[in-house]
Structures are given as structure tokens and as C-alpha cells.
Design a protein around this ligand. Structure first.
Ligand code: A3P
Length: 323
């Protein structure tokens, strides 16, 4: 309830005040706090602590997990469209046409949503940006299914930098790319270091392949059709032969495409997301920028790209993971 959470609020603030702290620079006067090996802004961290303390996952829950800017919006749209294809067999009634994909499922990192009583009883989807090792215990204990998406660290960084620019707004002084790159390489951003985030889920996916589906944005772009089928199998609602013959897989692919989603009135809106907007008042259209692989080439100097690649090589060395 609300009363309990405001007491906790104070409790979390006290704990947070004892954590290592650094100036973030991605947002104006935003401090980052180090918690369980990752950096977080105050609001997010309060939400995470609350979720860790209170969230009671059900074995049937399916978690959409990612580091911000990895392709979360797309993955949410796809998983929702797959699971609700029977309910909205008349696709003109699909909520994805009138709501931002982030707003069709709870985002548990936010204090207000950890009490997830208002969720759609027919929809098992929940979402989080938490690192694997910080997930609320019940998610791991209940052996909940997890779908994780990640992408080339260079593209992720460029996407993050643009997004931060939108959060800062036009009145704020700009955050030079080079300085941002340095911060990114040091892991000094919300949910950073990115590489450790990816590695945590990667290792878990090797350990528990039956409950984790690990997807790269690049692979998803390359063959969305196969991944939609794989996601459906994984979530326990495979497409029947009949559905395949009716072209339902392609329908999901099309509905969730960058072109379709980014051109919907709702997703061009300057209104904030209701799920995410609790801590970042960011317009919905900020979640759709370019939707391409390799856009980093248009921004990064050779030096910056080499620095990021070096870290990727070093951090992922021996893990079997590469970009
Ligand atoms: P770019 O900034 O490179 O364009 P997240 O959803 O995790 O915040 O990630 C945002 C990134 O995913 C942005 O990347 C955004 O344009 C891209 N994106 C959003 N919707 C997409 C879609 N339907 N298909 C492909 N990419 C999408």
C-alpha cells in the first residue's frame, strides 16, 4: 500500500545516502549511486530497492529484461503482440495502435509499480532494466521465464547519448560526445556498466537455457520472422500450422516494425509514457529515433570506436559472446 511505501521511501533514501556517489552529467545535476556493482540515479534506485523487498513474482510471469536503449520498446511490442494475437485477432483493436509499447505492461523498477495489483490478469508480461544479479529473489526462485535483449555497445552508446539529450531538453547545455563516451566506458550511467549488464544475463542464459531467451538487436533485425516464432515457442504459445498459414507471424512482425510503430500518432506524441514517465518525463516519441544497426559510424571517431571495441573484447573475452 501507499503508506508502507512512503516509510520505505525514507528508509531507502537513508541507505542510498551511504553509497558511493558520483556526478552523472547525462542529466542536469544528476547523481549516480553505486549499488550491487552498478550505477543508478536516486529515483530508480529507490524503485529497485522496493522491488527487491516487495515483488512477489509468479512462476507464470515472463520478464522482458534489457539495459536501456537495447531495443526494449521493440521487444515489448513483439512479446505483447505474440501473446495477445488471439484476443486481438481483429488487429485494428490492438492496444499497440493506441499505446506506447512501454505502457502495455508494468515496469517494476518504479516504486509505484512494485505493488502490481493493477496488472492485466491475462497478460503475464512484466519488464525491468535491472541487472540479472539484482533481480528480486522471487523471479529467480520461481524460475520465471526471461527474455533479454542487448545490442552492439557502440550503437547502444549513440542511442543513449541521443536519448539523454532529449531528457536534458533544449535549454540544457549539451553533453559533448567525447565526454559522454568516457563516462559510458567507465560505466557511469543509469544501469551501467553496460558490458556487465549484458554478461550477467548471458551467463544466466548459459546456465538456465530453458528459462532464458537471449537476443541480440542485430539478429532480431536480421531475421525478425524467425525470432517471433522462437519467442512464441519460448513463451509457451507457439504458432500453429494454421496460424502460420494465415500469415500471423508476419502480421506480428509488421505491426511491431519501426516504420509502423514510429508513425502511429500515439508514438509521435510529446506526452510522457505512463509507465516510464514516473521518473523521466520523456516524450513518447523519444523511444523511436532511427532503429538501425551501425548508426554509430555516423557519430563516433575512430578513437572512440576503438576504445569501446577494446573494452568489449576485453570484457567478453572467453565468454563466447561478441558483437
Ligand atoms: P536508436 O536510438 O539507435 O534509433 P529502447 O527501446 O531500449 O529504449 O531502445 C531504443 C532503440 O530502439 C532506439 O534505437 C530506437 O529507435 C529503437 N527502436 C524502437 N522501436 C523499434 C522498432 N520497432 N524496431 C527497431 N528498433 C526500434
Amino acid at each position: 500500500g501507499t503508506r508502507a511505501s512512503s516509510t520505505n521511501h525514507t528508509k531507502y533514501k537513508e541507505i542510498i545516502s551511504t553509497l558511493p556517489r558520483i556526478e552523472g552529467r547525462w542529466r542536469q545535476s544528476q547523481q549516480l549511486h553505486e549499488y550491487q556493482g552498478f550505477w543508478f540515479g536516486q529515483n530508480i534506485l529507490e524503485g529497485i530497492m522496493s522491488a527487491q523487498e516487495h515483488l512477489k513474482a509468479q512462476p507464470t510471469d515472463i520478464f522482458i529484461c534489457s539495459h536501456p536503449k537495447s531495443g526494449t520498446t521493440w521487444l515489448k511490442a513483439l512479446s505483447f503482440a505474440i501473446l495477445t494475437r488471439k484476443r486481438f485477432s481483429d488487429s485494428s483493436t490492438n492496444p499497440l495502435l493506441s499505446e506506447l509499447p512501454h505502457d502495455v505492461m508494468p515496469f517494476i523498477d518504479i516504486l509505484a509499480f512494485t505493488d502490481i495489483t493493477s496488472r492485466d490478469p491475462e497478460l503475464p508480461l512484466l519488464s525491468t532494466h535491472m541487472p540479472y544479479t539484482s533481480l528480486p529473489k522471487s523471479i529467480v526462485e520461481c524460475k520465471c521465464k526471461i527474455i533479454y535483449i542487448c545490442r552492439d555497445p557502440k550503437d547502444l552508446f549513440i542511442s543513449l547519448w541521443h536519448f539523454a539529450g532529449k531528457v536534458r531538453g533544449t535549454s540544457a547545455e549539451t553533453f559533448p560526445l567525447e565526454e559522454a563516451c568516457q563516462k559510458f566506458c567507465e560505466g557511469l550511467h543509469n544501469y551501467g556498466p553496460y558490458w556487465d549488464h549484458v554478461l550477467g544475463y548471458w551467463k544466466a542464459s548459459l546456465q538456465f537455457p530453458e528459462r532464458m531467451l537471449f537476443i541480440k538487436y542485430e539478429d532480431l533485425q536480421n531475421d525478425t520472422f524467425s525470432y517471433v516464432k522462437r519467442m512464441a515457442d519460448f513463451m509457451g504459445c507457439p504458432f500453429s500450422m494454421e496460424e502460420e498459414r494465415q500469415g500471423l507471424v508476419q502480421k506480428v512482425v509488421d505491426l511491431c516494425s519501426f516504420e509502423i510503430l514510429s508513425n502511429l500518432e500515439v508514438n509521435k506524441s510529446k506526452k510522457p509514457s505512463s509507465a516510464i514517465g514516473q521518473y523521466v518525463k520523456i516524450e513518447k516519441k523519444a523511444f523511436f529515433r532511427k532503429g538501425k544497426v551501425g548508426d554509430w559510424e555516423n557519430y563516433l571517431t575512430a578513437d572512440m570506436a576503438a576504445t569501446i571495441d577494446q573494452i568489449t573484447e576485453q570484457k567478453f573475452s572467453g565468454s563466447g559472446l561478441s558483437f
